[in-house]
Design a protein around this ligand. Structure first.
Ligand code: ATP
Ligand code: MG
Length: 570
């Protein structure tokens, strides 16, 4: 029995054309290479090549979890409604929770995550502080009825996740468990060949985070982040950063200047010959309670709606009618002389600035030299802007860079949220009943798999890192005659013997087809065996990641390739 796979037997229906529905490179390439197929919206089947790679991602995850002291379990996918009711999430989760009824009309949810189930599992049986810490994980299919399933595996309604849950006696223990998972997650990304940054997901202070998301950097990522070479990274929304602002024109006396028709920041900064960050942008909103509010932010930054919602509730931008109703002049709003009843809030970055260039609350006029305290007084100074490239890193003060990221995993300190709700307690050293300090940790296994493709591809197809490649080497037999075929077969057998995962392209296809499909499927190495080479005693070796081709003597090709593969396995 040969230890290699024949391409003629492989079930991998490739597509000649780009599928129209695929917006992302990963989605397009996984479909084209015959690796995944859509079964329903957000629901995919994994074909043999995909499943081999996903198994490797899972193996990496398992190795790192086990090394960190976690133990693998398997919880049910079917989770009873009563557990979700205990935590309050049966109602809170909303339509994302896939709910079903059994024949007795009992309600269940297909697990989207398992905090309730795991807490229920250990309560009453994990009893003593001496047993702690405990960290249990599983690799399982999860269900979330996403509002907009899209981008292939990136946002599915059914997907594979590794979820882990830690139980500790106190906050320090939870912190240790959390740190172990965070380190493991960084290694998982690295071993999968992902360039990822850990982004602080809560607005917690630097050095004391309670949740971190690992973002694989990719143009196609849904998350906007800022990051720095020093290692700092934050969500655009969470980031609290050093915004540089400039002073407006003038000597500091309040002056009214005619600016006919100049209603945009670009126009105003050009007219006064000052940079955008010397202008002040005014945002007029109606807050969650229906009150008119004006927010002033630096002219070169964007108003951050997520941050604003934390302060102003369910707010919305004022419509033209609402502006008029509040007595505000579109394009010329400013902090000085606001109409009665309009509350003023200013961005914290402007607190030390003394000469503001602002709208005059009068059509076709601006004010220069407006000064807080003297000319106006905000109700409060708040963090209202999105971070952007060039803002100072809060750790090292170097300019931040902007990037987009795919959230592949997240670590989270839960504290006693679920242990209290579900009454999961243990006895501490003094015999006192206490709720567990918990953490939860999720790796999107199938999203990680897609993110790898998103980061590793070119115009010809996928470029698998060796650690997660479906096969490590593809041997392309360009001829199937007696001269070439036995040699190609011998090389494939030799590689398999040496422990290399090998595919042998034995199809009656033109060389061009074999080359194109090997590139599309992204095997790290191709060994090309053709008539001319064989007559000269050589095979051609192609490294998919660099595109480099080299000629290798037939006798040494097996040992050389086996060596190269071993080096890059991680
Ligand atoms: P998102 O913000 O992208 O919806 P999430 O923060 O809700 O994700 P978590 O509850 O943190 O997701 O789940 C852990 C991991 O599971 C995520 O980091 C992600 O990699 C993966 N994941 C979550 N939702 C999906 C999905 N719909 N399809 C594929 N993977 C997902
Ligand atoms: Mg998350």
């Amino acid at each position: 029995m040969a230890g290699y796979m024949l391409m003629s037997r492989l079930y991998a229906p490739t597509l000649k054309e780009d599928p129209a529905e695929a917006e992302l490179a990963s989605h397009r390439l996984l479909l084209r290479a015959g690796m995944i197929r859509k079964t329903a919206s957000g629901v995919y089947s994994y074909l043999p090549l995909a499943w081999r790679s996903i198994a490797k991602v899972e193996r990496i995850v398992r190795e790192e979890m086990d090394a960190a002291g976690a133990q693998e379990v398997m919880l049910p996918i079917l989770t009873p409604a009563e557990l979700w009711e205990e935590s309050g999430r049966w109602d809170l989760y909303g339509p994302e929770l896939m709910r079903i009824r059994d024949r007795h009309e009992r309600e269940f949810a297909l697990g989207p995550t398992h905090e309730e189930t795991i807490t229920d599992l250990v309560r009453g049986e994990l009893r003593s502080y001496r047993q702690l810490p405990v960290n249990l994980y599983q690799i399982q299919t999860k269900f979330r009825d996403e509002r907009r399933p899209r981008f292939g595996l990136m946002r599915g309604r059914e997907f594979v996740m590794k979820d882990a849950y830690s139980f500790d006696a106190d906050a320090e223990g939870m912190q240790r468990s959390y740190d172990l998972m965070k380190d493991a997650y960084a290694r998982i990304c690295e071993r999968c060949g992902l360039e990822a940054v850990p982004v602080v997901a809560d607005s917690g202070q630097i050095g004391g985070d309670t949740s971190v998301e690992f973002m694989a950097l990719a143009e196609a990522g849904e998350a906007a982040i800022v990051h720095c070479d020093c290692g700092y990274a934050a969500d655009e929304e969470a980031a609290r950063v050093g915004v540089t602002v400039s002073e407006g024109p003038g000597d500091g006396t309040l002056e009214r200047v005619a600016t006919p028709g100049l209603a945009s920041i670009e126009d105003v900064s050009a007219f006064f010959g000052v940079p955008g960050n010397a202008c002040r942008k005014s945002i007029a909103i109606i807050d969650g309670e229906g009150r008119p509010v004006v927010c002033i932010i630096p002219g070169d930054h964007e108003f951050n709606e997520v941050k604003a919602a934390k302060v102003f509730g369910d707010f919305h931008m004022m419509s033209d009618e609402e502006l008029e109703g509040a007595g505000l002049v579109k394009g010329f709003i400013g902090p000085v002389g606001l109409p009665e009843g309009v509350a003023l809030f200013c961005d914290i970055s402007l607190k030390d600035s003394e000469r503001w260039l602002v709208g005059a609350n009068e059509r076709d006029f601006h004010l220069t030299g407006a000064r807080p305290g003297r000319d106006f007084q905000p109700v409060d100074w708040l963090d209202l802007t999105s971070a952007k490239a060039g803002d100072a890193c809060p750790v090292c003060h170097e300019p931040l860079k902007e990037a987009r990221g795919i959230e592949v995993s997240q670590v989270f300190q839960l504290g006693t949220k679920y242990s209290e709700a579900l009454h999961a307690t243990f006895l501490d050293a003094d015999g006192k009943e206490r709720p567990f300090q918990m953490g939860c940790y999720g790796v999107g296994v199938t999203r990680t798999y897609a993110a790898i493709v998103e980061q590793h591809n070119d115009e010809n197809g996928i470029i698998w890192p060796v650690s997660v490649a479906p096969y490590e080497v593809s041997v392309l037999a360009l001829d199937l005659n007696d001269e070439v075929w036995p040699i190609a077969e011998r090389i494939a057998a030799g590689l398999a013997e040496a422990g290399v995962e090998t595919l042998l392209d034995d199809r009656k296809e033109r060389p061009g087809v074999k080359f194109a499909e090997a590139d599309l499927m992204g095997f790290p190495y191709q060994v090309v065996v053709g008539r001319r080479g064989v007559r000269n005693g050589i095979a051609e070796l192609k490294d998919r990641s660099t595109g480099e081709r080299s000629e290798v003597p037939l006798e040494s090709v097996v040992s050389l390739v086996a060596e190269l593969v071993r080096e890059r396995r991680r």
